[in-house]
Design a protein around this ligand. Structure first.
Ligand code: Q9C
Ligand code: ZN
Length: 628
């Protein structure tokens, strides 16, 4: 279904014309280097090129005041001294005779992207723009931003396409206060931002950026701020926030469109952010958002000032948008104490607004923050600022292989593993073995098999993967799981609605829930899976499950972020109806949305929190509170 790339060189044609140390990092090269990297890696050629346009006054007035627009309109005619003086009205921003033109193109680029996605011309896309937008407010420029590209895009989508709920994910390292203010009383736009905060010491130094600022009036609960109070946050910290805060709430919110304030100053090497998350984390963050809203995701560039880490991060984001499997995640040791504190505070501040957070542990009323050890400052030394160049791994040419009976039509986008035997039973086993072999040799990305006995098929797969780490995710009420090896070579997570055995060991995790399956998938299964880092994901489905088709498709989608995309799905014959929807998700089509009604009940969330708590000693990524 395609990925749009919106870019125009014109947006490189303005720059800082005087001495201002606060603004030197915002250069035209940010855009040229990012675009060149997309071209060099062949990613740009795989995208649907989409032209920019100039935003109209009406577009800009969706968010900004008439007075402010009129003031900016005069800047192309100002002298250098006038421009300098005009700049003094605002904080950490500069003007240039061509910036008004570029700012109109930046807004227009975001709107062109929304148009391409909403009309179905593409599934998703990215706009590479300058100036950025998320700091600019109704009547003020700020932080290199002139017009609020993403806020305008959200209003535009709601107005032109009757989009109801918009999720804005701001992963830039600064707080997008402009976006927050534009929607603080609006429950139809959920704004999520994480940002370097350092207890209000870091720019823009606003009280409004803290975790307890959750929105106003009807919009209370629809602003989510995650303050980072230490520098040096790593992949685990970012992933933990996605798993335990953003994703559960996002599934409960059920957006019709996802917009990303895609700033990459949150990546390692950035002089502003001073964080340590590597560029490949953005492949995962993107992947994790890609099945919300039926796949409708628009990423719009914000910050990012280390040209190397910026361009690598842009490439990894676009790579995921195009459907390539994310690279194997690196160094997921679990979040640091400071991150855990932030997570705990945010979850607790939002427990009254979101049922998925209802049972979040309340924050003890003490000033633990100063006592707790954080890996922050200590770990950001110059030596830590080298990171490996992301590997250019090409995904296998063949995406999805199927082992299904010959009377069943091969689902669209799949190819059938040919039969090798006459005997039907033997044929299934040998075809399954052939499929596993081709997955291991990276000749195919993923596969699916319809089998008469899932338990036997699992044993069969384990038999063919003696050296591999296999994550087995079992869905449905079955007692007859094969005797699972308990040597750490498999991790089994079993979802069922009937009570199951107690956990036998670190590597067998029974999850008994009636509803709230998406919450369990986000806050239990994902952290476990990421930390386990399997070579192969084995997802099995037996009849009598309580997981509906859209939840199942979401699960198939999320799990493809692991193991380089190597997911093998085994479906028991009684569940034949799932073959089509499964094949569709495996071959990269967006999953359908479970809908806001599948929000979890209190009982299930409580059970889930208990289970998570029991497992935290073994699995650090499950933690959601500091050591207090
Ligand atoms: N040491 C964006 O990332 N402060 N804006 C600069 C320099 C302003 C960042 C201080 C940072 C603005 C879109
Ligand atoms: Zn930024």
């Amino acid at each position: 279904m395609g990925t749009a790339l919106v870019f125009d060189e014109e947006m490189t044609r303005y720059k800082l014309l005087w001495f201002d140390p606060a603004c030197v990092i915002e250069t035209p090269e940010r855009l040229t280097v990012s675009h060149e990297a997309l071209v060099r890696t062949g990613l740009a050629a795989r995208c649907v090129p989409t032209p920019v346009r100039e935003a109209s006054d009406d577009d800009i007035l969706l968010v900004h005041s008439k007075e402010y627009l009129e003031a900016v309109k005069k800047t192309p005619y100002m002298t250098l001294d006038d421009l300098k003086e005009f700049t003094l009205n605002y904080g950490d921003v500069y003007f240039h005779p061509n910036i008004y033109h570029c700012a109109k193109l930046a807004v227009g680029a975001a709107l062109q992207l929304v148009d391409a996605v909403m009309t179905g011309k593409v599934r998703n896309g990215m706009a590479l723009v300058r100036p950025p937008g998320h700091h600019s407010m109704r009547s003020a420029a700020s932080g290199f931003c002139v017009f609020n590209n993403v806020a305008i895009a959200a209003k535009y989508a709601q107005q032109k396409y009757a989009v109801q709920r918009v999720l804005i994910v701001d992963w830039d390292i600064h707080h997008g206060q402009g976006v927050q203010y534009a929607f603080e009383d609006d429950p139809s736009v959920l704004y999520f931002s994480w940002h370097r905060y350092e207890h209000q010491e870091f720019w823009p130094k606003l009280r409004d950026s803290d975790y307890d600022c959750v929105g106003k009036d009807k919009g209370a609960g629809f602003t989510i701020n995650v303050p980072w109070n230490k520098i040096g946050m790593q992949n685990s910290d970012y992933l933990a926030v996605f798993c335990h805060v953003l994703l559960p709430v996002a599934y409960e919110f059920c957006p019709d469109l996802v917009l990303v304030c895609a700033g990459f100053d949150s990546a390692i090497g950035d002089p502003e952010g001073e964080m340590c998350a590597t560029p490949d984390i953005f492949a995962h963050l993107t992947h994790l958002l890609m099945n919300l809203a039926g796949g409708k995701l628009c990423a719009v560039l914000e910050g990012g000032y280390n040209l190397t880490s910026l361009s690598q991060s842009v490439c990894l984001t676009v790579q995921s948008l195009l459907g390539d499997p994310p690279p194997r995640p690196t160094d997921l040791q679990g979040p640091c104490q400071s991150a855990l504190e932030s997570i705990q505070c945010v979850r607790s501040a939002h427990r009254k607004y979101w049922s998925c957070l209802q049972h979040a542990v309340q924050r003890p009323p003490s000033d633990v923050s100063t006592k707790l050890e954080a890996h922050g400052e200590a770990r950001v030394s110059k030596a830590d600022l080298v990171w490996p160049q992301p590997a250019r791994h090409l995904p296998p040419a063949l995406c999805t292989a199927a082992v299904i009976p010959e009377d069943l039509l091969c689902p669209l986008g799949c190819f059938r593993i040919p039969r090798e035997q006459r005997d039907v039973a033997v044929s299934t086993w040998s075809s399954l073995a052939a499929l596993v072999g081709r997955l291991q040799r990276n000749e195919i990305r993923n596969g699916l098999a319809l089998v008469s006995d899932v338990s036997m098929a699992m044993a069969h797969v384990f038999g063919h993967t003696p050296k591999q780490r296999v994550l087995a995710v079992c869905v449905g009420d079955t007692e007859a799981l094969p005797g699972l090896p308990e040597d750490g070579k498999t991790l089994t997570v079993h979802f069922s609605k009937e009570a199951l055995d107690k956990p036998r060991c670190k590597y067998y995790i029974p999850v008994c829930l009636k509803k709230g399956l998406m919450q369990a998938a986000c806050s239990l299964l994902l952290p476990l899976s990421y930390q386990y880092d399997p070579d192969l994901v084995l997802l099995t489905r037996v009849p009598g499950s309580h997981m509906d088709q859209s939840e199942w498709q979401q699960l198939v989608g999320l799990l493809q972020g692991l193991a380089g995309g190597h997911v093998l799905v085994l479906i028991q014959e009684g569940e034949k109806a799932l073959v089509g929807p499964t094949a569709s998700s495996l071959s990269g089509s967006p999953a359908s949305s479970p809908g806001p009604l599948s929000a979890p009940g209190a009982e299930d969330i409580e059970a889930l929190e208990r289970l998570k708590y029991r497992l935290t000693t073994d699995w650090k990524l499950l933690q959601t509170s500091g050591e207090c």
